[in-house]
Design a protein around this ligand. Structure first.
Ligand code: WTA
Length: 677
């Protein structure tokens, strides 16, 4: 009997299909002050005017030497933007603001403990601190243009200061999310070839001071085992001059940054004149295999794109107070806390802790105290705030003009609460859809031009031309009402340049599927596969349904199922592991883990704990499964493939469909029995 084709689990399959919503319109007050009010922008950025339209974004930056070729496609699909241009990101985010803004706050740092004072760092102070750190990195750590350095820092101002110091020297920074484990940091140290690790001794999370330095020990030891020696660990202290971590410093390897900085007092470092296409940073993200991918972002293209979108979508003006609650350890923080806002001379808020510490009113007190008027967060945080304190926003006197949602689809009910309660009915909302790979927004409304529609991200951004293909490569027309694979027809400046050290994987993962001719040097032949499923409405708005690959979006964080499974497989008793996404009220999706043990081992509470611990040590607490099911066997096809679709149906309490073609259909009922208990 012919075997039925194995359909792997995709989030789109279990995605919610919401009813169509009506439009919400921006207020005349918002429109009157908005940075972009000209509907002709969509014509200026039409495909006919591609790629020259992006000059408009490049011209928001200060160049040492102006570029002469806007888009070089000779090495397609590794596209180069603004060729011939010379630029420095640190100069654009710091130095160029000194003339008229040196006295203005660049970063407001809000410590998690409410009794600790908020720190207001002016552009002048940022300039001094970035320069002194750059001098230290150059003269003490021996870092130079093109070197990679791994950062494993929490949400503190020292993180953007370190990033900008790297950018000043042309050193490629690779910041690893602070919540990731030492082992996860090690993988990224090895892949990027970093011989310097920059970390912090501790930071606050949920009211407690966490020992973060201990992760550096694990990272360095593991990296050495895997062939990458780290010869210097630079440790910022949460409280300079005071020990906040019990983990000892290693002589000749570990140094406190704040001690070393004394030697660089007053030193100024000339910014390197970087080529527009030189890499600025790496950001690792999850994919279909266990190995994270180092997305390489360029300097000129990335900076132009995030500056333009910060100005026109985030609507940042110099007098605004802008708070993006994401972690700088993710792409959102790189693009829309650090590079975009600072390039515009904004005042950007950095909050160390969790949104609900010590209570559900914390965010709104921060907003009130700093008079924040632009707020940027993810559906997960909105759902959590709505659950714990639905009436809290009304108790505080703040007024947002603008709010963003990013990272996952947002349910219309949650959107409406965000609009009515958090935005007090006054703020416009942009639902921005994009990815680590894309550097900046792909779909969103332009807030003063296009109305909002709950549950839909909106049209493609100016200059971004999405297209939805079915599995055969046929284009699905707008209004078809059918989900398909959303791609982008054209390259854009914010797009990543390649996967660090693995061009083949870059081509295979993102382009091979719909590439018209693998030898082509014409960008039209290289549609970019986003890996998301989407529906295109008759009004031109896109509704994003979720991933079509083996990636689970937990609280807006991307986790590869293979990565989670390999973490469980480090437990010697585990024979097989399968991870499936389960719908969750707050986090959007959470992973359920199914485990089959090797013969001779029995399910027990200790075994479950052991697997749970492995998830935390290998990846970090965000990887904790909702449940670990130790099952006698996995449902399998006759060729031995684990049927994750069946497991996902069981976890989501849905119909498992026809299982009679499985090699072991009886196991399905057994697992259903376990899950219903
Ligand atoms: C999902 C985060 C629906 C999507 C910036 C994408 C979204 C993945 C939205 C990228 C949105 C992001 N609506 N889904 N507004 N924004 N996503 O790389 O599945 O961490 O592919 O980048 O998040 O996650 P990443």
């Amino acid at each position: 009997m012919a075997e039925k084709e194995v359909v792997e689990t995709s989030e789109a399959q279990i995605a919610v299909h919401w009813a169509e919503e009506g439009y919400y319109y921006p207020s005349p007050q918002f429109i009157a002050q908005a940075n972009m009010t000209d509907p002709a922008v969509y014509d200026r950025f039409s495909l006919d005017n591609f790629p020259n339209c992006f000059k408009e974004y490049a011209d928001l930056l200060t160049w040492y030497e102006y570029w002469d070729e806007i888009l070089d496609t000779s090495d397609a699909p590794c596209f180069k933007w603004f060729k011939g241009g010379k630029i420095n990101a640190s100069y654009n985010c710091v130095d160029r603001h000194l003339a008229d803004k040196k006295n203005k706050t660049a970063l407001h740092f809000v410590p998690e403990l409410e009794e600790e004072k908020i720190e207001h760092i002016t552009y002048q102070e940022l300039y001094v601190r970035v320069n002194e750190m750059a001098a230290l990195l150059r003269d003490f750590a021996g870092l130079k243009r093109g070197d990679r350095v791994t950062l494993h820092l929490p949400m503190v101002p020292e993180l953007p200061i370190t990033m900008l110091a790297c950018a000043r020297l042309g050193v490629i920074h690779s910041q690893v999310f602070g919540g990731f484990s030492g082992k996860a940091a090690a993988d990224r140290i090895v892949d990027s070839g970093s011989r310097v690790l920059i970390t912090m001794d501790s930071y606050y999370r949920g009211g407690g001071l966490l020992d973060h330095k201990e992760k550096a020990e694990i990272a360095v030891a593991q990296a050495a085992k895997d062939g990458q020696a780290v010869d210097k660990v630079l440790v910022w202290q949460r409280y300079p001059g005071k020990a906040s971590s019990p983990t000892p410093m290693v002589d000749g390897r570990d140094y406190f940054v704040n001690d070393l900085l004394k030697d660089y007092y007053g030193v100024r470092v000339e910014p390197e004149k970087m080529n527009a296409e030189d890499p600025l940073f790496l950001m690792y993200t999850s994919g279909t295999t266990g190995k994270p991918k180092g997305c390489q972002h360029g300097t000129g293209g990335f900076l132009a794109y995030v500056t333009g979108t910060s100005k026109y979508v985030q609507d940042i003006h110099p007098e605004d107070v802008y708070w993006c609650m994401a972690d700088i350890g993710w792409i959102t923080g790189h693009s829309y806390i650090v590079y975009g806002p600072l390039a515009l001379g904004a005042s950007s808020v950095i909050y160390e802790g969790i949104p609900t510490y010590p209570d559900a009113g914390r965010c709104w007190r921060i907003a009130q105290d700093l008079d924040v008027n632009i707020f940027h967060t993810a559906p997960t945080a909105i759902r959590a705030l709505r659950k714990v304190g639905p009436d809290e926003p009304a108790k505080y006197n703040y007024h947002f003009k603008h709010m963003t949602t990013v990272g996952e689809p947002i349910e219309p009910a949650v959107w409406k609460w965000y609009h009515k309660e958090v935005g007090k009915g006054e703020a416009i909302i942009v639902d921005t859809w994009w990815q680590t790979e894309t550097g900046g927004f792909l779909c969103s409304t332009l807030p003063a031009i296009k109305p909002m529609k709950p549950g839909s991200a909106g049209p493609g951004m100016p200059g971004i031309h999405p297209i939805i293909f079915d599995d055969e490569g046929k284009e699905l027309p707008a209004g078809a009402g059918i989900a398909g694979n959303i791609c982008i027809q054209n390259p854009w400046p914010g797009m990543f340049q390649t996967i660090w050290g693995d061009r083949q994987r870059f081509v295979d993962t993102y382009f091979a599927r719909y590439c018209k001719d693998p030898n082509s040097k014409d960008w039209r032949d290289w549609p970019y596969l986003t890996g998301d499923a989407a529906v295109h409405g008759p009004d031109g708005y896109y509704r994003i349904l979720g991933r079509i690959d083996d990636v689970i979006n937990v609280s807006g964080h991307r986790l590869g199922t293979k990565e989670l499974e390999s973490a469980a497989m480090t437990v010697p008793e585990v024979a097989e592991a399968a991870v499936v996404p389960v719908a969750d009220d707050i986090k959007g999706k959470v992973p359920d883990m199914y485990i089959a043990l090797k013969p001779g081992f029995e399910a027990s509470e200790e075994m479950t704990k052991k697997i749970m611990t492995a998830m935390i040590t290998e990846i970090g607490p965000i990887a904790k499964p909702r449940k670990i099911w130790i099952v006698p066997d996995m449902p399998k096809t006759r060729s031995g493939k684990i049927m994750r679709r069946v497991l996902a149906a069981i976890s989501n309490k849905q119909d498992v469909g026809d299982v009679m073609t499985l090699a072991n259909p009886e196991i399905v009922e057994h697992i259903q029995g376990m899950a219903s208990k």
